[in-house]
Ligand binder design. Structure first.
Ligand SMILES: [Zn+2]
Length: 118
């Protein structure tokens, strides 16, 4: 199933965070494992701090992603809970309950069947 165009930005933000997380972990191993030369360890330490800052920025950008249907922040909800007994989930917009990766042009009733709670 192809990803709707509105979700490509989210996909890019998610992968950026994953790649930077891997950079943080790999550079930490090179910096502090004690198995590399001091020059490599010093360079890896700089890479660690740089990728750590990049990861923090990427995570903030990922958390600030706006829902392609309602335009509000996808994973943050302020105010009363309008979805009855549904539990908050990272798989749905907390404002309009659009499932992740669903086509935002479809009406909410059409996507309701494919987004049953688990
Ligand atoms: Zn929404």
């Amino acid at each position: 199933m192809p990803v709707p165009a509105a979700w490509r930005d989210y996909y890019l933000r998610e992968w950026t965070a994953f790649i930077l997380l891997r950079c943080v972990l790999v550079s930490a191993v090179f910096a502090w494992s004690g198995r590399t030369s001091p020059d490599v360890a010093a360079t890896a330490e700089y890479a660690f701090y740089g990728s750590l800052i990049g990861l923090a920025i990427a995570l903030v950008r990922l958390a600030a992603f706006r829902c392609p249907r309602c335009g509000r922040v996808y994973s943050v909800r302020l105010g009363a809970w309008p979805h009855g007994d549904r539990k908050p989930s990272s798989r749905h917009c907390l404002n309009c309950w659009l499932p992740k990766w669903a086509d935002p042009r479809r009406v909410p009733g059409e996507v309701l069947d494919e987004s049953d709670d688990w």
